[in-house]
Design a protein around this ligand. Structure first.
Ligand SMILES: Nc1ncnc2c1ncn2[C@@H]1O[C@H](COP(=O)(O)OP(=O)(O)OP(=O)(O)O)[C@@H](O)[C@H]1O
Length: 953
């Protein structure tokens, strides 16, 4: 394929770390599981809003509380934002090509992909298998070899350490693994695996990037590849030979071993600029002559990564994979000696997923892995943070008028130490951050299936990285032993810790190959042995400066203390996070309880108000003051309200506790005693009679024992016997009218009883059925009053309250339903009571026309749904008049009710006159009504009513 030469403008802006955001497309056919919380605003910015914020705007208490922990919406700015539709080639051209340009010109470059698992880091770095999907790494190799085509050297020199160049022992090799593949091997199993793997992954080999960059053709170039893995804070060479002859334990099993490599400081003599840094001691740097060879080598490295477990057990990368492409460049006119060579490198890192341990729910080895991944990424973030703050301080010291500026050297002495040494990853990358060259950070985000918190964390990290500036080269003075105690720890040789964890770790890995293009799947059992780095291995240290024992010991101590501090900080952070979580949960729980409590209180109040209102209406009707004497009615209401206030205040005192905790049976009976109905009964009875009708009207609710709303057998029997007595007496008298009225009332009673009994049965479930029996006796006095009042009391207080207090959550709906029920029952029972009282008064026979009661009955008939019989009798008496008409004529148009004080001699004349005007209707005094009603309430028997009737006649 003919290479296409492109010219890249040299990027002169000093933005050392460029941050590019790449959004991953949604790849599942079944659609995203969550709505994207990330919105692209422009080519350089995105807006992220926490979904918890949105739900809290309309949501529940939970979400309101969550809002306090939700991250506020933020706009993040990047060097460029690449939407999900971005092609690999476009992405490569905009992000990596400038780095490749720099590499060919002799500049160092670093590119790392950061993001949570499954966000597309590996896809970005390596690419996919489809055509055109090759990632940054293969494309970089393509561009390099396209560009230096015909300019490759056959030099005998090889790169060593970071910047060093040495004469090679023999002819350049293709690396032990590649050599092994091309030679007959003693280890058929591993060779087979390697060969098969390479064959299976050749799809991207046809996917070659045709880009070529123009290079200085006066130079000759050689390309060297190294591939390292940082796993569990240990560094392994992925291109090293891992199998040893005779290690096969069986036909299908193989023992593979590898050894961790130490990090060493690069000797300043290596670099013409005196640039220091750290290198992986003993790592293979393999010369490659073509892009295809380089890609093959990288794939072998990936296979090793898989074999050694970091990719074998899950789809997710658990290690940081670092591919370094080094180019040795020499001017053709220069002598063939080390000083004529210049080394530059480009490191491409596929970082492990940045998800937090807490979310992955890992344990054991995986937890340790995750801890180390988190640690290295956290330290990377810390390094950036410290570098940024140091840079700010230097910038501040240079700002302002010249005479006010502080000495930069003084400022530098006070700069914070960048904690590169806290993790292996940052230790290796240190050189890129403090040295020349460019750094690019690619932030991979999958906005569909990844949690908001995780991606928000990634965004913040990127924002931080973007602010780092490279210090000027003059600051990178190589350390000398005399200055060691003053300079940053990061630039000092790392002493190996005494008693460090030097040992071996073995584990078994099953490696599957084949299965593609109809090939058989073959599984290989591999036992892997990992050795820690040898602290005494000094094969590469020949050029290092002799260590100073005291300084080494001091740094050893310092390092230990740093590690301890770091561990302590980590522990504190975890404890703090856990505590916050706990406190938040507790708060949520409390608020929920309070919400429930207030709902119950509200329900209580609604109930009490209903009962109060019904009681007032009942009292007014029973007293006959409804619409008759407004002044009196007002007084009655006032009295009632006073009594109710007392009752309510008693209820109120205990209500809070009752609402929070379910009441015991004792609580329920206590609440029974403070029922407004019950109170009224007691209070009225205990008051001395003062000639006011309202004060002698008893409430039927007090008919039973105060503490028990369930009728006793005795009571039932008594009621029955009284009822039968009534029937007998009624027979004796043999009044046709009363019989008719009795039948009418009976019909009415039966209708009501039917309805009522149904309710009672449903609600009480057979534990209480007094009404059917009692109502059958057609007693219209105490029995019916008792039944209605006791039923209402029972159903409100004994049954419903207990139901109410044990009602599970959803109080709002429960309140509505219960309130409706209550309202129905209250109106039914109070209607019933009033009607019966009216009929009693009618029977009282204060007049043949039963004047007072008819008014009450008429009113009641308007309020409650009564039987047609009642309606008929009411209409027969012409009671369709409006309330205004009743006011005008008195309580009704068939009797004259005279206030007690109006019965004096002086008034008798005017009364007679009035009586004549109204057609000689009977005169009834309030006293008479008062007495009659009082007796009804006190004795409640049919007998006394009849006695009163006779007496009044
Ligand atoms: N830009 C993209 N276009 C199409 N598919 C993509 C893209 N990015 C990622 N994918 C697909 O998403 C899946 C996950 O991507 P990938 O393995 O690269 O994630 P990762 O971040 O490297 O995960 P891990 O950290 O676990 O290794 C893969 O199947 C990959 O092919």
């Amino acid at each position: 394929m003919k290479a296409k030469v492109v010219t890249i403008p040299v990027d002169n802006d000093r933005e050392p770390i460029k941050a590019f955001l790449r959004l991953r497309p949604h790849i599942n056919a079944d659609g995203p599981t969550t709505a994207p919380y990330l919105q692209t605003l422009s080519d350089t910015s995105v807006f992220m809003s926490d979904p918890r914020h949105e739900s809290s705007a309309t949501g529940t208490t939970h979400s309101r509380i969550r809002q306090s922990v939700a991250t506020p919406p933020s706009t993040y700015t990047f060097s460029h934002v690449f939407p999900a539709s971005t092609q690999q080639s476009e992405f490569f051209t905009k992000t990596t090509l400038p780095l490749v340009r720099g590499l060919l010109d002799g500049e160092n470059g670093l590119l790392f992909a950061y993001g949570v698992t499954n966000s597309g880091k590996t896809h970005t770095m390596q690419g996919g298998t489809a055509e055109g999907s090759a990632g940054i790494l293969p494309r970089s190799l393509d561009v390099i070899f396209n560009s230096i085509d015909g300019l490759q050297s056959n030099s005998r020199y090889k790169p060593v350490r970071l910047y060093g160049v040495e004469l090679a022992d023999g002819p350049p090799t293709r690396g032990p693994l590649l050599e092994k593949l091309s030679l007959p091997s003693d280890e058929p199993v591993f060779a087979e695996v390697l060969a098969e793997h390479l064959e299976a992954s050749t799809t991207s080999d046809i996917d070659i990037d045709p880009t070529a960059l123009s290079v200085d053709r006066n130079h000759e170039y050689s390309v060297w590849i190294s591939y390292a893995e940082v796993y569990n804070e240990k560094i392994y060479d992925l291109l090293a030979d891992v199998s040893e002859p005779g290690n096969a334990t069986s036909a299908q099993s193989l023992l593979l071993s590898r050894k961790a490599l130490p990090i060493r400081p690069s000797p300043p003599s290596d670099s013409p600029d005196g640039i220091s840094g750290k290198y992986i001691s003993g790592i293979q740097q393999v010369r490659v002559n073509s892009a295809a060879e380089a890609k093959k080598l990288v794939k072998l490295g990936q296979l090793q990564r898989r074999v050694f477990g970091t990719l074998a057990n899950s789809q997710s990368s658990r290690s940081h994979g670092m591919v370094t492409i080094k180019i040795l460049r020499k001017h053709r006119g220069e002598k063939d000696e080390p000083s004529g060579y210049h080394a530059a490198r480009l490191t491409l890192i596929d970082l492990a997923g940045s998800e937090r341990t807490k979310h992955t729910q890992t344990t054991g080895d995986r937890l340790k892995e995750a801890g180390n991944i988190n640690k290295s990424l956290m330290v990377l973030g810390q390094c950036m943070e410290v570098m940024r703050s140091n840079q700010r301080r230097i910038a501040q010291s240079l700002a302002g008028p010249k005479n006010e500026r502080s000495d930069t050297r003084d400022v530098k002495k006070t700069l914070a130490v960048v904690p590169f040494r806290h993790s292996k990853l940052t230790e290796i990358l240190m050189d890129y951050f403090v040295g020349d060259g460019r750094a690019v950070m690619i932030v991979n985000v999958n906005p569909y299936d990844t949690g908001f918190d995780e991606n928000s964390h990634v965004m913040k990290f990127a924002a931080l990285a973007k602010e780092i500036q490279t210090p000027a080269p003059m600051q990178r003075i190589p350390p000398t032993p005399s200055k060691l105690s003053q300079v940053a720890a990061s630039s000092i040789p790392v002493p190996q810790r005494a008693g460090g964890a030097f040992g071996h770790h073995t584990r078994k890995v099953t490696l599957s190959t084949g299965g593609q293009d109809g090939r058989k799947i073959s599984q290989t059992q591999v036992e892997v042995l990992e050795e820690d780095e040898d602290p005494h291995d000094s094969s590469d240290d020949d050029d290092d400066e002799p260590p100073n024992a005291l300084v080494e010991a001091l740094f050893d101590e310092l390092e230990n203390m740093r590690l301890q501090l770091f561990d302590a900080e980590m522990r504190c952070a975890i404890i703090e996070a856990d505590t916050r979580e706990e406190v938040m949960q507790e708060m949520e729980q409390r608020i929920e309880n309070m919400e429930r409590m207030f709902a119950r209180r509200l329900m209580n109040e609604v109930e009490q108000n209903e009962m109060k209102m019904d009681a007032k209406i009942d009292m007014l009707h029973q007293s006959g003051l409804f619409g008759k004497t407004p002044g009196k009615a007002r007084r009655v209401i006032q009295d009632m309200e006073e009594e109710e206030d007392v009752a309510m205040s008693i209820i109120g005192e205990g209500s809070e506790d009752e609402s929070v905790y379910p009441p015991s049976s004792a609580d329920i009976s206590r609440s029974n005693t403070v029922s407004p109905l019950a109170h009224k009964g007691r209070r009225v009875k205990s008051k001395p009679q003062q000639g006011r009708v309202s004060q002698i009207i008893p409430m039927p609710a007090s008919s039973g024992a105060e503490h028990s709303y369930l009728p006793s057998d005795d009571e039932g029997t008594e009621t029955e016997s009284r009822a039968s007595e009534d029937v007998e007496e009624g027979d004796d008298e043999g009044s046709e009218d009363s019989t008719e009225e009795g039948q009418e009332a009976e019909a009415e009673e039966e209708t009501e009883t039917e309805v009522f009994s149904e309710d009672t049965q449903t609600e009480s479930d057979g534990d209480w059925q007094p009404e059917q029996e009692v109502s059958k006796t057609q007693s219209k006095t105490k029995a019916s009053l008792a039944s209605s009042s006791s039923t209402s009391s029972r159903s409100y207080l004994a049954k419903d309250e207990s139901e109410f207090f044990t009602t599970p959550p959803s109080p709002v709906f429960a309140t509505d339903a219960k309130t409706q029920n209550m309202r129905k029952r209250t109106s039914r029972s109070s209607g019933r009571k009033v009607a019966e009282l009216a009929e009693d008064l009618e029977k009282l026979g204060l007049s043949e026309d039963a004047d007072i009661s008819s008014s009450t009955t008429a009113n009641q008939s308007r309020r409650s749904t009564r039987s047609s019989g009642t309606k008929k009798s009411s209409q027969a008496r012409g009671l369709d008049a409006t309330p205004e008409e009743w006011d005008e004529f008195g309580a009704d148009d068939s009797a004259i009710i005279v206030p007690a004080k109006s019965t004096g001699v002086g008034r008798s004349e005017s009364l007679k006159k009035k009586k004549r005007q109204l057609g000689n209707k009977p005169v009834v005094t309030e006293d008479q009504i008062e007495q009659a009603v009082g007796r009804i309430a006190q004795s409640g028997s049919g007998k006394s009513i009849r006695r009163m009737t006779r007496a009044s006649k």
